[in-house]
Structure formats: structure tokens, C-alpha cells
Design a protein around this ligand. Structure first.
Ligand code: HEC
Ligand code: HEC
Length: 293
């Protein structure tokens, strides 16, 4: 906020408070003494008593004004003035988080020294892991972790980046970025169709043999570096196994063709900044348990 607008707000607020205070005190005392004195106003024989505000009412107003002033001194409210308590939403949130870490830290610490495999056998840990999964991961991977189009199923045996405890943990901590380049320019329409037939043949599907064998050569040339000569993928690049019937982006001919033509770029966000190490340890165990029990 610029200092002009800050000053503007300070002046408006203070003038209002001073004005209200003046109004309150100005009406406190009656001008004429005596209980039956009037203000002198008279309409059709109806007169107005000149009585002060009832005391309780008057003091309630005074308390409100004093409260308002103290509040504005303590908390941010007067333009850019931060208040002498230095309160901000952010530091309140941070202190609440720190308090929660302290309170729940002990529960997590119990599992800190245990291997992921062992934590994955602990019912209590898995329940906590499941709740954290629902809060942090389910929006993308689904509440049952079975994924959907573009979001990998975490309950099956296929892993883009590997399913060992270390690999799963790495996926969560660092995030992952799948980089399947587009091949339209290199392969052309016919090349894309041929290589699609070849890719489909890898999982034992009925394909046009001439197209598939024309595609083999292209596959050897462009695809083996990531998906492997046998099509079994490579966890180093997150390149999926193309020889089974598990498809991240759909296994219809049209969708496979689209993956190859336009490329794919799945993004798993890094969680190292969002979740503590202990929580990631439990989440790893939970994810690990989904395909290892
Ligand atoms: C914003 C969406 C999103 C959120 C939130 C998200 N993920 Fe992911 N995750 C993805 C995508 C997309 C991929 C696949 C990345 C790729 O295609 O290369 C992925 C990949 C993974 C993998 C690797 C899977 C494999 O086959 O190797 C794991 C493990 C994983 N996520 C676990 C989690 C956990 C645990 C959480 C919660 C802490 C989480 N993800 C939250 C989108 C998300
Ligand atoms: C640089 C490494 C790289 C090369 C080269 C590459 N791919 Fe990929 N491919 C990937 C990655 C990584 C993914 C997963 C993308 C994601 O997670 O979003 C992928 C995904 C795919 C998919 C989608 C799989 C699914 O489960 O939905 C198909 C099909 C595919 N690639 C075919 C090919 C073909 C055919 C070629 C050669 C023309 C090729 N790829 C070359 C890395 C590569």
C-alpha cells in the first residue's frame, strides 16, 4: 500500500474515532439542571426531556472506543502500521504448524527409524498414511490410488520410476517430470501409424503385420533409448513398459497414436517443501503397501 493511502486510512479512522468520542461526551451532560428540564423543543404539545444517556450505555460506548484504540495499536489495521504485537496471518499459521509438529512429531518419530517395509506392516501407520494420501495425493491419483488418465495407478506392479521404497520416496520428495517427445516431425503420418502398430504388437495385440514391421525399424531408431529394445521401459526416464496392457494415457489405437504424435509430459509435483520427512516416510510405506501385500 502506498504511503498516501496508508495515511488516508489512518486519518479517516482517527477522525472518525475522535468524532464519535466528541459526540458521546457532548451529549453526556444535560444543559439545564433538574430532572424535568427539557431541551426546549416542542411539537404539538410534546416536549423532549433533556436527559443524559443512561450511565451503562455511556460506559459501554467508552469501553468500545477504548477497545478499538487498543486493538488498532496491537494489531495491523491502521494503514501500514503493523501493530506492536507484530501479528500477521503468516506467523500465526507458522506457530500453529510448529505447535502441531511438536504435538504429533512424537507419533511420527516412532516410525522414523523403521524401514519402509516394516512400517508398511503396521496398521496404525497405514491408517495415518491413508489419511495423508486422501489429503495430499487423492486429487490426482484417486482416493483408491488407482489413478486415471495421465495419473499413474499406484496399486499395480507397473512403475514408471520404480517401485522400491527408495524409488517411491524419491518420486514423492523430488517430484517427477515425464518427457515423451513428440514424433510427428520425425516420423510423419505414415511413420506414426506404422510405429503405433508395432507398439501394439508388443503387448500381443492383433495388428497389421506389414505396418508393424515397417514400424519396427523406426522404433529401433527412435524409441529404444528410452523404452528399451524389448519395449520394457526404463525407470531412469520414467518411460513406461509398452509390453503389457497398462496404459497411462489409454491403450486404444487412437490414444497410443496421440501419445506418439504429440508426446506426453506428466508432472508429479515435488512434496519435499509441503510435507515433513516423517510424513513422507509414512506415505511411502502406504504407497508401497498398496502393491506389496
Ligand atoms: C497434481 C497432481 C499430483 C499430485 C497432487 C500427486 N501426484 Fe503423484 N504423480 C502425478 C503424475 C502426473 C505422475 C506421473 C508423472 C509422469 O507421468 O512422469 C505421478 C507419479 C507418482 C509416482 C510415481 C509412479 C510410478 O509409476 O513410478 C508416485 C509414487 C506418486 N506419484 C505418489 C504420489 C503421492 C504419495 C502423492 C501425495 C503426497 C502424489 N503422488 C501427489 C500427479 C500427482
Ligand atoms: C526421451 C525418452 C523417450 C523417447 C525417445 C520415447 N519415449 Fe515414449 N515415453 C517416454 C516417457 C517418459 C513417457 C511417459 C510420459 C509421461 O509420463 O507423461 C512415454 C510415453 C509413451 C507412450 C504412452 C504410454 C502409456 O502408458 O500411455 C507411448 C505409446 C510411447 N511413449 C511410445 C513411444 C514411441 C513409439 C517412441 C519412439 C517413436 C517413444 N515413445 C520414444 C519417453 C520416451
Amino acid at each position: 500500500m502506498s504511503s498516501f493511502w496508508s495515511l488516508w486510512i489512518i486519518v479517516l479512522t482517527m477522525v472518525t474515532i475522535i468524532g464519535i468520542t466528541w459526540l458521546l461526551f457532548a451529549n453526556r451532560k444535560s444543559t439545564n439542571a433538574g430532572p424535568d428540564s427539557t431541551t426546549g423543543h416542542e411539537y404539538d404539545g410534546i416536549e423532549e426531556y433533556d436527559n443524559p444517556l443512561p450511565a451503562w450505555w455511556f460506559y459501554m460506548f467508552v469501553i468500545t472506543i477504548v477497545f478499538g484504540l487498543l486493538y488498532l495499536a496491537a494489531y495491523p489495521g491502521l494503514g501500514n502500521f503493523k501493530g506492536f504485537l507484530n501479528w500477521t496471518q503468516v506467523n500465526q499459521w507458522e506457530s500453529e504448524v510448529a505447535e502441531a509438529e511438536q504435538r504429533y512429531g512424537a507419533i511420527f518419530a516412532e516410525y522414523r527409524g523403521m524401514s519402509v517395509e516394516n512400517v508398511a506392516k503396521d496398521d496404525k501407520a497405514l491408517k495415518m498414511g491413508q489419511r495423508m494420501f486422501a489429503n495430499n495425493c487423492a486429487q490426482c491419483h484417486g482416493s483408491d490410488a488407482r489413478g486415471s488418465y495421465g495419473f499413474p495407478n499406484l496399486t499395480d506392479s507397473e512403475w514408471l520410476y520404480g517401485g522400491s521404497p527408495e524409488q517411491i520416496k524419491m518420486s514423492i520428495i523430488q517430484g517427477r517430470a515425464g518427457a515423451m517427445p513428440p514424433w510427428q516431425a520425425a516420423l510423419g503420418d505414415e511413420g506414426i501409424v506404422n510405429v503405433t502398430h508395432y507398439v501394439m504388437s508388443l503387448s500381443g495385440r492383433e495388428v497389421d503385420q506389414t505396418k508393424a514391421s515397417a514400424g519396427t525399424e523406426k522404433y529401433q531408431m527412435f524409441c529404444t533409448s528410452c523404452h528399451g529394445a524389448d519395449g520394457k521401459g526404463n525407470v531412469m526416464f520414467g518411460a513406461p513398459d509398452l509390453t503389457n496392457n497398462i496404459w497411462l494415457y489409454g491403450g486404444s489405437q487412437g490414444l497410443i497414436q496421440r501419445s506418439i504424435r504429440n508426446g506426453r509430459n506428466g508432472k508429479m509435483p515435488a512434496h519435499s517443501e509441503l510435507l515433513s520427512e516423517d510424513k513422507i516416510h509414512l506415505l511411502t510405506a502406504y504407497v508401497y503397501s498398496l502393491s506389496n501385500q
